[in-house]
Write a protein that binds this ligand. Structure first.
Ligand code: ZN
Length: 257
């Protein structure tokens, strides 16, 4: 096996294990429960899950998506989150090679996955993902020196400022909370990973995606919008191809040269 392939596989396995922990966070953080204790239990019969029944993706497949003891169904969301996290980590190392860029990409992807799934399930975006993620984003930016840190701080500040402005305007216009605090803190975190240009692309992309996907689904119905899901999707795309989008846009604006 080539060394590159080896590290991609190692990253994938690490991602799957982190995905397993991410599942715990997704279920417990919105309920304000500890993510460390107690250890994982079957939601139905409450018997503790042994390590060999807790192997990411594989255990779910081997047990046919059921608890070993009481045969209650275990949601397919668990192996899907584990597989997605494994893919994020493997792709980050494959795309960026072994280094801090890969770590930043993988950490950012994991945070966005956690935010998207939690927001879709509960309409809550936990502070652990947003404020904790902001701290991680700033620390990872520091691996690119003080310039990197400044770039991340400016991105975080712009993300925070724009969504605070949107929230303020929304409250003025609709006389009720138009944007959750979770979305606002989330954009500060996103800004630390994608910079100020990335913030603009992410908000534009998230609003566009939210409008295209959500408005047709909710016409006539009063439903909350898990805006974090769309922001997360747009932020992931921005992290990978944001520079290309900026160049393409400037090319359009300035015309062919
Ligand atoms: Zn059970």
């Amino acid at each position: 096996m080539a060394p590159e392939t080896f590290w991609v596989v190692v990253a994938g396995v690490l991602g799957a294990v982190l995905g397993s922990f991410l599942n715990v966070c997704i279920v417990r953080l919105p309920a304000e429960q500890s993510v460390l204790r107690p250890r994982s239990r079957c939601p139905k019969c409450e018997s503790p899950i042994s390590w060999y029944d807790n192997v990411p993706v594989l255990s779910w497949l081997v047990l046919g998506g059921r608890c070993r003891r009481c045969r209650a169904r275990i949601s397919v969301l668990y192996p899907l989150v584990e597989a997605a996290a494994a893919a994020v980590w493997a792709l980050a190392v494959w795309h960026y090679g072994l280094g801090w860029s890969a770590v930043a990409g993988a950490v950012f992807g994991t945070l966005l996955l956690g935010i998207a799934v939690t927001d879709a399930r509960t309409y809550i975006i936990p502070d652990e993902f947003t404020l904790g993620g902001l701290a991680l984003g700033l620390a990872l930016a520091l691996t690119r020196g003080l310039d990197g840190l400044l770039w991340a701080v400016v991105g975080a500040a712009l993300g925070l400022a724009i969504l605070l402005g949107v929230a303020w305007a929304g409250e003025k216009a609709f006389r009720k909370e138009a944007m959750g605090g979770g979305d606002i803190k989330m954009m500060a975190m996103v800004g630390a990973f994608v910079g100020w240009k990335g913030v603009l692309i992410t908000i534009f992309g998230g609003a566009l995606l939210g409008t295209l996907v959500f408005v047709p689904l909710t016409i006539g119905k009063k439903r909350l919008v898990p805006f974090g899901v769309f922001l997360a999707a747009a932020a992931a795309v921005t992290f990978v191809v944001g520079e290309e989008i900026v160049r393409w846009y400037l090319g359009l604006a300035l015309g062919p040269r």
